[in-house]
Design a protein around this ligand. Structure first.
Ligand code: S3P
Length: 441
């Protein structure tokens, strides 16, 4: 797809629902009792992968104009899938669902596309194995396909109302995660619901997004958080919820960057989730000198949300590293684009996790910025970007990574030079209407 710059952006926009929250709403709704209603659900390829996985395990999921309805069957109500579960491109689906599957009395195979097949799963296999789960990487490389079998101690218990229930009790653990990853934390907490012997605790080196903790407690789980530690009590009774998903700050980030970088722009982005464990980009914009105001803050069912007013600004370089990284990990590609237009040298550190996202985002961002004539150098755990030089026409290889495709769309508009973006349709992973929404502004 060929993208070139047009004039300033004006008007208002609502970005689609938050991807992380949409995944969780389907998962937790499926293992709760009763019908969960989800408004503002993100209908993107990744979230549809989660829906399809739960449909394959016997959960009825329907949709009308306004909402998705999940007819949950309780903690022990899933049934074995006839086919391997297909997680598509979605790391969130794979890692979170594995925590639920580890506690099931049936075996499951999880697979996905070529990108997902290269992403590390040892980070969830290790803690699940400590909990007594039998989880293997079929290719022996710590990646999918994953085979999850019931542990040896499967037992039949009788529940008063529902007759016999098969259970596959796990062991509670206190896990110190080597990475700050909400996917790892959530996987362990979900498995902790199926533990037989007490609370399961996860401690991270820095605090990752806390949507699981917030939403699971809304469903009735006993979750406690203290600094970088979260714990859960086993065997909760989860009750169906009505969930309104706020707009995704990771999708809003592209419009924030576009409005800042294209002179004469002024836009209002409505209904954006600003959970502090996700909103690091707002701090970065402020530190770079961007004109961004948070207006009209409100609560969207346990998640803070707001409207964001953004005006074009001259940006200056900054240093980004440390505890803020997990709060803006998915926004670093578009922050790198902002850095390419900022005066001075931006340094991003402590972000080695970027190497194991949908692509190696350190390599792919710096390589594509270089193609445009920007002095962008990869480092072990981040990148160094010397901003402010004029950029030129180029062909961008997205490696089919949605965040790379959207970031370089903004780069093309800001640089006012055409970019050929290869595989641009991969935006469907998180934002199917991205190009149309941008056109409207
Ligand atoms: C996600 C957590 C992040 C993020 C991903 C979604 C989630 O991954 O990059 O896009 O929904 O929990 P990690 O927590 O593994 O860094």
């Amino acid at each position: 797809m060929k993208i070139s710059g047009k004039g300033p952006l004006h008007g208002h926009i609502r970005v689609p629902g938050d991807k992380s929250i949409s995944h969780r709403a389907v998962m937790f709704g499926s293992i709760a009792d009763g019908t969960t209603r989800i408004r503002g659900f993100l209908e993107s390829a990744d979230c549809l992968s989660t829906i399809n996985c739960f449909r394959s395990m016997g959960i009825e999921i329907s949709q009308n104009e306004e909402e998705i309805l999940i007819r949950g069957k309780g903690l022990y109500g899933l049934s074995p899938s006839k086919m391997p579960l297909d997680a598509g491109n979605s790391g969130t689906t794979t890692r979170l669902i594995s925590g639920i599957l580890a506690g099931q009395p049936f075996e499951t195979l999880i697979d996905g596309d070529a990108s997902l097949r290269s992403r590390p799963m040892k980070r969830i296999m290790d803690p699940l194995t400590l909990m007594g789960a039998d989880i293997r990487s079929l290719s022996g490389n710590g990646c999918i396909p994953l085979h999850i079998c019931p542990a040896k101690n499967t037992e039949i218990i009788s529940a008063a109302m529902s007759g016999q229930i098969l259970r596959n009790p796990l062991h509670a653990i206190c896990y110190s995660s080597p990475v700050a990853s909400a996917q790892v934390k959530s996987c362990v907490l979900l498995a902790g619901m199926y533990a037989a012997d007490g609370r399961t605790t996860v401690t991270e080196p820095a605090r990752s997004r806390d949507h699981t903790e917030r939403m699971l407690s809304g469903f009735g789980a006993d979750i406690r958080t203290d600094g970088n530690t979260a714990s859960i009590a086993p065997d909760p009774h989860l009750h169906a919820q009505d969930i309104t998903v706020p707009g995704d700050i990771s999708s809003a980030a592209y419009f924030i960057a576009a409005a800042l970088l294209i002179p004469g722009s002024e836009i209002l982005i409505r209904n954006v989730g600003i959970n502090p464990t996700r909103s690091g980009i707002l701090e970065v914009v402020r530190a770079m000198g961007g004109d961004l105001s948070i207006v009209n803050t409100y609560d969207a069912g346990g998640e803070p949300a707001a409207d964001l007013l953004v005006r074009s600004s001259s940006l200056s370089a900054i240093q980004i590293g440390g505890e803020i990284i997990p709060t803006l990990i998915d926004e670093l590609p578009v922050i790198a684009v902002m850095a390419a237009f900022a005066e001075g040298t931006t340094v991003i550190r402590d972000a080695a996790e970027l190497k194991v996202k949908e692509s190696d985002r350190i390599a792919v961002m710096t390589e594509n910025l270089q193609r445009m004539g920007c002095d962008a150098q990869p480092t072990e755990d981040g990148m160094i970007i010397r901003g402010g030089a004029p950029l030129h026409e180029a062909v961008i290889d997205t490696h089919l990574d949605h965040r790379i495709a959207m970031s370089f769309t903004i780069a093309a508009m800001a640089a006012k030079c055409p970019l050929e973006i290869q595989g641009a349709e991969c935006v469907n992973i998180s934002y199917p209407g991205f190009f149309q929404d941008l056109e409207r502004l």
